[in-house]
Design a protein around this ligand. Structure first.
Ligand SMILES: *Cc1c(COP(=O)(O)O)cnc(C)c1O
Length: 371
């Protein structure tokens, strides 16, 4: 295969064109254009109702993005300046950004070695610090051990926030990601399992008081037009066009998740005997937002795949507690987190990725380990 062929046959990590191919997004967009109502209208109200129903909660409040969703959820729960919020350090700094925006302080704890989501034992340890809230991230689309984590926070009287930005539709025991904790936070960034044509986010909850506080916080703290009822309000709204697109795409979410999961399953089967770590589950509690494996000599591995025209990425190379902007970060032992950050590598896994392309990735990975 010559160089030019290589470039032509590049398999991307994600393709919006391929992932969106089965929906006609011009229809919802035209509807909004014809109606001339662009912010917080009928489309947003419809999407909030449909998404709440999908997740199985009473309320959904849409916001501008997933990071805002976490920030407003924390504010709604009463987290303020100087409060501790427990978080993992391997989830891309999004939760940390929200915590810092409030002037609160992240307290990082380690993750479980198999799932790379928050370790219940580590959480138990940190509760002595009297945190105000805990953010549990369902990383890579894998539902955390949320039942156990929730038992621990409930017993301690601490609120649990689920970061579901990578786990739309993941479920276990009949309950969806976002419906376990006090509040769930979603992002609809284009690459997410449910993606808009730009930024978007949502907060979901069964707590009607919390929902109404968050609804006020997303729009200047207003209880009604021009009346500021709560402090620290923001402008964080979802556009009508994005809501309309999300309404169009929501009915396809389960099918798309099944497709992602089936690709992950094929990878897991093919790699079972190779010296690498694969995602622990390809059941309904994993929606394969990212197919992340762990290898030694990651750079060599990535270079080999790149030469075969296969894109990879690292989610995430720098753990939150080692980010240069926050040298004073407070953390508990993070052995698993630190080891994982040096080994994780993501392979192409998205709806519309063809069988041939999956085969091509499988063969390249097998060849790498057989050279
Ligand atoms: C994408 C993401 C977010 C943030 O969402 P934005 O819409 O980009 O602000 C939060 N948490 C996790 C785990 C994410 O992957």
């Amino acid at each position: 295969m010559n160089r030019q062929m290589d470039t032509l046959s590049l398999i991307p990590l994600f393709s919006a064109a391929v992932a969106n191919a089965s929906v006609d997004i011009s229809i919802p967009i035209q509807r909004v254009i014809d109606r001339h109502w662009y912010v917080l209208g009928e489309e947003v109200a419809n999407f909030e109702r449909e998404f709440a129903e999908y997740v199985g909660v009473r309320r959904c409040i849409s916001v501008a993005n997933g990071t805002d969703a976490i920030e407003l959820a924390l504010r709604g729960l009463g987290v303020g300046k100087g409060d501790y919020v427990v978080a993992v350090a391997n989830a891309g700094f999004y939760g940390s950004t929200a915590i810092h925006a409030i002037g609160a302080m992240p307290l990082y704890v380690d993750v479980d070695d198999a799932s790379l989501t928050m370790s219940p034992d580590a959480l138990l340890e940190v509760l002595k610090q009297k945190p105000k809230a805990v953010i549990v991230t369902h990383l890579y689309g894998q539902l955390a051990n949320i039942e156990e984590l929730l038992r621990i926070t409930d017993a301690a009287g601490v609120k649990l926030v689920e970061d579901c930005a990578q786990s739309h539709g993941a479920h276990r025991g009949g309950k969806q990601a976002g419906s376990f904790g006090a509040v769930g936070c979603f992002s609809f960034y284009p690459t997410k399992n449910l993606g808009a044509l730009g930024d978007g986010g949502a907060v979901v909850t069964n707590d009607m008081d919390l929902a109404s506080r968050i609804q006020q916080l997303r729009q200047y703290g207003w209880s009604k037009k021009y009346q500021v009822a709560v402090p620290d309000g923001r402008n964080s709204r979802l556009d009508e066009i994005q809501a309309a697109v999300l309404c169009e795409k929501l009915p396809h979410l389960n099918k798309c998740n099944a497709e992602r999961r089936s690709i992950a399953h094929r990878y897991n089967m093919a790699f079972a005997t190779l010296p690498l770590r694969t995602p622990p589950s390809t059941a309904e509690d994993y929606v394969a937002h990212l197919y992340v494996m762990r290898v030694n000599s990651r750079d060599t591995f990535r270079a080999f795949l790149k030469a075969r025209g296969i894109s990879t990425d690292v989610h995430y190379p720098i753990p939150d507690h080692l980010q240069p902007a926050y040298p004073q970060a407070k953390y508990f032992p993070l052995e698993v987190t630190e080891a994982a950050s040096g080994a994780v590598v993501s392979l192409p896994c998205f709806p519309g990725l063809s069988d041939t392309e999956v085969d091509c990735v499988v063969t390249a990975v097998q060849d790498y380990f057989q050279q």
